[in-house]
Design a protein around this ligand. Structure first.
Ligand SMILES: [Ca+2]
Length: 186
């Protein structure tokens, strides 16, 4: 009996080691960013992520709060800067808008170099400012390990992963060798 108990424990421990590591990015347009003047919308033309070799990584959309035709969330990863997403015109404006992306091809957020986000810029609708107050969560294995804030109305935002406060410890290693203290002069 004890043999089978230990065997089960051993198998469970090894199954846990096989858990898939995941890197996800979530852009959120929170209600707290303001709802006056029909501002509570999330529009993204393109969401792009690059690795340390400056190669663009593919993304999969694994969750989002809402969308409306003809501006689906898939427009944010279609490679076309002339298309953008549009959250549903909300009757209930008490909920945050968000899109959650899985970053494919990497298992560690440290393998990202930068995140490029193209804001909506079309026409005279003056909708580009709606993104102010939004933020991007960097998520490793379902744990948010850092956040980038959008504080300005710009056509393009580029966030370098090494701007995260966790980058030094998590990506460079806390056990990195340090310089030996200089000898005291004799
Ligand atoms: Ca697009």
């Amino acid at each position: 009996m004890m043999y089978y108990l230990f065997l089960c424990i051993f198998m469970i421990m090894n199954l846990c080691r096989l858990c898939v590591c995941s890197v996800e990015l979530r852009i959120v347009r929170p209600v707290s960013a303001g709802t006056d003047d029909d501002n509570h919308h999330l529009h993204i033309r393109e969401f792009q992520v690059f690795d340390n070799m400056n190669t663009q990584l593919t993304l999969s959309i694994i969750d989002f709060d809402s969308q409306i035709d003809p501006w689906p969330v898939s427009n944010t990863i279609d490679g076309n800067l002339d298309t953008f997403s549009h959250s549903y015109f909300p009757e209930d404006i008490s909920k945050d808008h968000f899109i959650l992306y899985q970053v494919n091809g990497i298992e560690d957020y440290c393998d990202i170099s930068n995140i490029d986000i193209y804001n909506r810029i079309d026409g005279d609708l003056h909708a580009s400012h709606r993104i102010i107050g939004s933020y991007i969560n960097v998520i490793q294995d379902e744990v948010t390990i850092g956040t980038f804030d959008i504080t300005q109305d710009l056509p393009l935002y580029t966030f370098n992963i090494n701007q995260l406060t966790t980058y030094t410890d998590d990506c460079l290693g806390t056990d990195a060798p340090t310089e030996e203290p200089a000898d005291e002069p004799l």
